[in-house]
Ligand binder design. Sequence first.
Ligand code: SF4
Length: 239
Amino acid sequence: MKHIVSYSGGKDSTLMLLLMIEKDMPIDDIIFADTGMEFQELYDYIERIENYIGRKVTRIKDDKSWDDLFFAVKKKGNNIGEIYGFPMTMACAMYDRLKRRPIQRYYRSINGEYTVYIGIAHNEPKRYARLKHNEKAPLYEWGIDENYVIEELKRRGLHNPLYDTFERLGCYTCPNMNMKELRLMRKRYPKEYEKLLWYGEQAEKYAKRRRFAEFKPGWTVSELEERFKKEEQVELQFD
Ligand code: SF4
């Protein structure tokens, strides 16, 4: 039986990993599915955790990249000739292709049985109820909730600074980011924000119909940027 830690760099899987090591639980591999579009701060954080635990995290990547999928042209259906562009908010094709599939491929490569350990805090009973027969959620079983996770990581000096800006971690091109997060990203993560602007330009350049140019429903990236600029001007007037 192999024991695999599913690691995202997020708070729950980080504390789960640390506690599993401290409790001497068997761990054969620690896997991280890399979309290639994470914030640099996440990659840095994962390296920090690797140094802290003295073990390597296995990066799992699909053979296709975000760009391959973003610029791919639809060959069937009603929208032949359109680029795929940004994923849909409710059904992210990038998640399916860049996370779920490479992970499934990795699991299929394992000889024999395996258990996957997933970071689910005690305040997430619905996620816990959805676990498969070979998945475990130690944090949930230990009764550890999100607040404890946050405080414990801070106490250990291992707080992930991305949580000061975002509620959930993910791609810097994720349309599920809310307006508040996007405004903060623009100020605090200019390098990634610049890249988002670039993808927005590409979407507008190649899309034939408006909805394929949009980043969030009703918004292209350039329209969001205009909105943020205007908000800034108003703020300056009242300063
Ligand atoms: S973070 Fe957003 S864009 Fe990235 S895989 Fe997840 S849902 Fe898709």
